[in-house]
Design a protein around this ligand. Structure first.
Ligand SMILES: C[S@@+](CC[C@H](N)C(=O)[O-])C[C@H]1O[C@@H](n2cnc3c(N)ncnc32)[C@H](O)[C@@H]1O
Length: 297
């Protein structure tokens, strides 16, 4: 019989091993001998654009947690939670580039130059950003700076604030009976010089999630009502989602400005608009999560 080559053997064995692992019998208790499927890639002179998630360190991806331990230098933002920063090795090189109280953020060009300088020194660099770096995270500008300097980069996605807030309130963002579309919107559009297309946003088959909108709640509620959504259309605000000091308000487009004035929420905060929000009241996950995060409604 003809002997099989190594590549032929692997071609058959790998799928069989994967299939077998799906049908393994459940083991009793926790199996400490099983290790997590971690890679070992953390290259010198390489920049990793990593999502830190919304604050709860357990919401980090395995890849993000590993890179935080292995990188030579970490460049991080204001929205990265303390629990996540606590995972960095003691004494490791860190650079804070967020906005200090009463000061401007570090200009984007300086952040790009810092990453390039560190990578040119032969360091492996983690650029750590809150949530998902690809969602309202200015990642495009940072990729451009790295491309101009011909620095290799890898993107490691994170859990964005919308997903985290919905999970912590026990609701889905889409639902066959409520929303067939999902839109992430920057509320920065609601500045005086830029009017959002309220008519396009005021849909009943969609969930809208506004980022950076805490100071624009009045404008969002008024804009959507004027464009045709009913006064009792559901809206919820979730601040510090997934963190011990998470707080939330649930109401309608008509009453939310008053609720927020009576009970101001801290930043960061996401605003979720849509009929999925009706599910908060009935959600068993909501009750559990709100107890876990000491939510206030
Ligand atoms: C510059 S954007 C960054 C978004 C981030 N890249 C993400 O994917 O979540 C900042 C906005 O994200 C939202 N945000 C970030 N973290 C949050 C959290 N833990 N709870 C609620 N909102 C959050 C707020 O709307 C905040 O104004």
């Amino acid at each position: 019989m003809r002997a099989l080559s190594k590549s032929q053997l692997l071609k058959w064995c790998n799928p069989l091993a994967r299939l077998a692992s799906r049908f393994e019998l459940p083991r009793s208790g926790r199996d400490a001998s099983r290790s997590l499927p971690l890679g070992d890639d953390c290259r010198p002179g390489h920049v990793y654009l990593v999502g830190a998630g919304s604050g709860d360190a357990e919401l980090l991806t395995l890849k993000a947690a590993r890179l935080l331990q292995q990188a030579d230098a970490v460049v991080y933002d204001r929205l990265v939670g303390d629990d996540v920063l606590a995972l960095l090795p003691v004494g490791g090189e860190r650079h804070y580039v967020g906005k200090a109280k009463g000061h401007h953020s570090v200009p984007q060009a300086e952040i790009g130059a810092l990453m390039v300088r560190l990578a040119r020194q032969g360091k492996s660099v983690v650029r750590l950003k809150g949530g998902d770096p690809a969602v309202f995270g200015r990642m495009g500008e940072e990729l451009d700076a790295l491309a101009i300097a011909q620095m290799p980069a890898t993107i490691v996605p994170g859990i964005t604030a919308a997903s985290s807030a919905a999970a912590c309130m026990g609701i889905p963002l889409t639902d066959r009976g409520h929303a067939q579309q999902l839109r992430f919107v920057t509320a920065q559009l609601c500045r005086e010089d830029g009017t959002p297309d309220w008519a396009a946003l005021a849909r009943r088959d969609e969930t809208l999630v506004f980022y950076m909108g805490l100071s624009k709640v009045d404008a969002i509620c008024a804009g959507l009502r004027e464009a045709g959504l009913p006064d009792d259309w559901p809206i919820m605000l979730v601040a510090n989602a997934s963190q011990p000091d998470q707080r939330s308000l649930v109401g309608s487009l008509a009453d939310m400005p008053g609720r927020l004035a009576a009970e101001p929420l801290p930043s960061p905060c996401v605003i979720v608009v849509g009929s999925v929000v009706k599910r908060v009241e009935a959600s068993p996950a909501s009750v559990a999560n709100q107890a876990r995060y000491a939510c206030q409604r």
